[in-house]
Design a protein around this ligand. Structure first.
Ligand code: G6P
Length: 443
């Protein structure tokens, strides 16, 4: 493709954008990007300008002929796109703060992708992403949609089941776990491979290799030491019980803290909330600092402060994926894609996060078969939750929403589920037209 690629990033005003731009700069010799369109909404206009100008300075400094376009006109941006990335946050950080704080009032974990917070993020986000995918069907039907928007697993499944767009859900957890192992084992990350299986933010390393030799037992042994826990900036590593970890005999992801250490994480979240340090509050402050830095005309690289965000290696994951599709590289990467029978016991058409061979036709999941019995049930339960949640997000059906909230493993009862549901529906009302603006039923 000699004309060069058109990349469109929706939610382009995000503070993460310099990360992505850095990725495209680093890969330019192999991935000929001609234009990057950063798209945002009216409310994000100022951030888009600031980030866009930094992106232009970065490209100029790198001396590359990549055009940066800034626009609020999504449809125009999407026309003829080759790859579309989505990194938007409906309701911005203020909505995230509510997702984290309301469940806490009811003694339930408040987290943006797990439990009630994840459910409401799905309710706000899925209709918007479906609207984007439908627009893509019209103006760039062959483009790939690389979705980062959380909850990435549910969003990916909604697009898979309800549109004809080729979608891949991407998360930095797998790449972060591989990097973590590389640090632990003191080897270059290129020598590490993990066989991943599960769902987004619910993924396990079934085996871990360095140069093709399994080091799973050593990794498990090392991460029994709380000092060596592999985590991300947005998750407190609480330290695993060594006997539990050995018995599990799998490499858990940082988000498993919410499921296997629920009480400890809840206690920590309550302490953080008292100090005004919920993750949304911390990120709000980080963002303010970042945007101040981004305005500095002298700045023409990604500032190291961005690494305080949870999305480390995000650009690497995105650009590596696009590169492997573009070149039909057939390397192995863990992404969210259609199961197609790779994981037994998960619906054929559902999204799973699994190691895949990345080809020009997209990811081909590597067969997993049956998951170990100790984790199979939890993964199936989360998938049931996701399916019911997606249906509720699209239909705006209250009963389904209550069903989803109640079957989530982090919610203790139907009564608490209803309390949280009602309070969160009210709090997020302006972003949930599907629940509130129901058309009068015709007589
Ligand atoms: C991790 C997750 C992402 C999430 C991010 C939040 O990287 O994998 O899905 O968006 O953390 O980071 P933040 O800095 O916003 O708390």
């Amino acid at each position: 493709m000699s004309r060069g690629l058109k990349i469109v990033t929706i939610g382009g005003g995000s503070s993460y954008t310099p990360e992505l731009i850095e990725g495209f700069i680093n890969y330019y010799s192999e991935l000929p990007v001609r234009e990057i369109w950063l798209v945002d909404i009216e409310a994000g206009k100022q951030k888009l300008e600031i980030v866009g100008n930094l992106a232009r300075r970065m490209i100029e400094k790198a001396g590359l002929p990549i055009e940066i376009h800034l626009t609020l006109d999504r449809k125009k941006a999407l026309e003829g796109a080759d790859y579309v990335t989505t990194q938007l946050r409906v309701g911005q950080l203020a909505a995230r703060a509510l997702d984290e704080k309301i469940p806490l009032k009811h003694g339930v974990i408040g987290q943006e992708t797990n439990g009630p917070g994840g459910l409401f993020k799905a309710f706000r986000t899925i209709p918007v992403i479906l609207e984007i995918a439908r627009e893509m069907e019209k103006v760039c039907p062959d483009a790939w949609l690389i979705n980062f928007t959380n909850p990435a697993g549910m969003v990916t499944e909604a697009v898979l089941r309800h549109t004809s767009i080729k979608v891949i859900g991407l998360c930095n957890v797998p790449i972060g776990m591989e990097r973590g192992v590389a640090d632990l084992m003191k080897v270059d990350p290129s020598r590490v491979r993990i066989d991943f299986a599960g769902l987004n933010h619910m993924v396990y390393g079934l085996d871990v290799f360095v140069d093709g030799v399994s080091v799973k037992d050593q990794v498990i042994e090392r991460i029994t030491d709380p000092e060596k826990a592999i985590t991300m900036k947005n998750i407190h590593a609480m330290g695993w019980e060594p006997e539990f970890l050995r018995a599990l005999n799998l490499f858990p992801c940082p988000y498993h803290n919410y499921y296997y250490k629920t009480g400890d994480v809840l206690a920590q979240e309550l302490k953080d909330a008292e100090k005004g340090e919920t993750r949304a509050e911390v990120v709000q402050r980080l963002e303010e600092g970042l945007f101040e830095l981004y305005q500095n005309e002298e700045l023409a690289t990604k500032p190291p402060q961005l690494e305080e965000r949870g999305g480390a290696y995000y650009s690497e994951a995105a650009v590596r994926l696009i590169y492997s599709i573009y070149t039909d590289k057939r390397d192995i990467q863990a992404v969210n894609t259609i199961n197609h029978g790779a994981i037994e016991g998960i619906p054929y058409g559902s999204a799973v996060e699994v190691s895949c061979v990345i080809t020009k036709d997209g990811p081909k999941p590597i067969n997993v078969g049956k998951l170990p019995i100790a984790v199979r049930g939890l993964i199936q339960q989360i998938k049931s939750f996701e399916r019911v949640a997606i249906d509720a997000a699209i239909s705006g059906d209250y009963d389904n929403a209550l069903l989803a909230m109640t079957i989530n493993p982090l919610v203790p009862s139907d009564r608490v589920a209803k309390l949280i549901l009602d309070e969160m529906l009210e709090a997020h009302k302006s972003f949930l037209p599907q629940f509130f603006d129901k058309k009068e039923e015709s007589l």
